[in-house]
Design a protein around this ligand. Structure first.
Ligand code: HEM
Length: 344
């Protein structure tokens, strides 16, 4: 027992990592923990001991380690909070417009809409908003770099932590997008849909109409579903490429190409999908319930702003300068500031 303890306390963590294969290391570490457990005050408090904590079994968790438990998914805190807040807000908004309004104004019971139809307004709106939040900090960063004329100044803290969580925002956007696709594809399975279809058919017979085909509506649906599928397919590629073992097999340029260019393409397709879905509802005043705009209008405001800003930044006068700054060039003003600082 003593031998093991001496080993634990004197061998640097790096050596342990290099010399022992993982499985062997795991079982030995478990033994070490047990040995350390019976010491009165948990003698070993150095960093090497903390590293080993990663290999402990749940049942072997030591009370002294409790205080040093690593944070649970630290990079997901901000994106999950944002997604949850957005989901709740959009749910309440849609509930008020699509369930409460008909109930109060027309005594119509539309509560059956909550599980699928209301939720399927929340999912796409949150998905496209989270996707926008992946690209918005990059725009802020470009504007800051253009303004400061250098890439060597740190971004503000809030922007730094936002930039570091873009992957999580993107993965959540993909999750919401995939759920939205599943919910959308389940529409024709619902009983409410079948009853409605029967009622429409009956109505049509009563009106003695033989053909219910509306050409522009057919085109609208074919196009927006096709564009939605393409957007989701690209989001899936982005999600797969964000897996560490796959991203590490790509060069920096390839990774950047996929995450940036294809990401913007997914955002463009998502926005196009919502625009085609809206079609001529943009000019329909009945869409404004209790003076509130429909969700598709709310959903595409931020993505449209981001896409327009990106187009502006792609203009040669801005793009060339950004490329120079990212290549290490600094503006004269910035150089002058630096030389003044060095004299001080
Ligand atoms: C297989 C992929 C997809 C399919 C089949 C699909 C289908 C649909 C359907 C049926 C609607 C109408 C929903 C309703 O009327 O209740 C819709 C709306 C919408 N979709 Fe998709 N979609 C897909 C992917 C996506 C993706 C990836 C995004 C976002 C990045 C997205 C964003 C939107 C938005 C913003 C709306 C408007 C929601 C509203 O306010 O009414 N969709 N989609």
């Amino acid at each position: 027992m003593d031998d093991i303890r001496i080993n634990v306390q004197q061998t640097p963590a790096a050596d342990i990592e290099d010399l022992w294969p993982q499985e062997e290391r795991r079982s030995n570490d478990s033994n070490n923990t047990k040995n350390l457990d019976i010491q009165p005050d948990c003698v070993d408090k150095g960093p090497s001991r903390f590293n080993r904590a990663a290999y402990f079994d749940v049942f072997e968790w030591n009370s002294c380690d409790y205080k040093r438990k690593p944070a649970l998914f630290p990079k997901w805190h901000l994106p999950v909070k944002v997604a949850a807040t957005l989901s709740l807000s959009v749910f309440m908004y849609t509930f008020i417009r699509e369930v409460l309004h008909p109930y109060l104004m027309r005594s119509r019971n539309d509560f059956y809409r909550i599980p699928i139809l209301v939720v399927n307004k929340v999912l796409p709106v949150v998905s496209i908003t989270l996707l926008t939040l992946v690209y918005l900090p990059g725009l802020f960063a470009s504007v800051l770099q253009l303004y400061k004329g250098t890439k060597y100044q740190r971004f503000p803290r809030w922007l730094d932590s936002w930039m570091l969580t873009r992957k999580q925002f993107g993965l959540l956007s993909f999750f919401y997008g995939a759920m939205h696709a599943l919910y959308s594809l389940s529409y024709p399975m619902r009983r409410s849909y079948r009853y409605r279809l029967l009622n429409w058919a009956y109505q049509q017979v009563k009106e003695q109409r033989e053909n219910a085909w509306i050409e522009h509506d057919v085109w609208r649906m074919e196009i927006y579903v096709c564009v939605g599928i393409l957007a989701l397919a690209i989001l899936a590629v982005l999600a797969v490429v964000s897996i560490p073992s796959i991203s590490s097999a790509l060069s920096w340029r390839e990774f950047h190409f996929i995450q940036s260019k294809m990401g913007y393409l997914a955002l463009l397709l998502g926005t196009g999908h919502a625009l085609v879905f809206a079609w001529d509802k943009w000019v329909d005043v009945n869409q404004f319930i209790w003076y509130t705009p429909p969700t598709f209008m709310v959903a595409i405001v931020l993505p449209t702003i981001v896409l327009l800003c990106k187009c502006v930044l792609l203009l040669p006068c801005f793009d060339n300068r950004i490329q120079m700054i990212r290549g290490g060039w600094e503006s004269k003003q910035e150089m002058a500031n630096k030389s003044v600082m060095s004299h001080v």
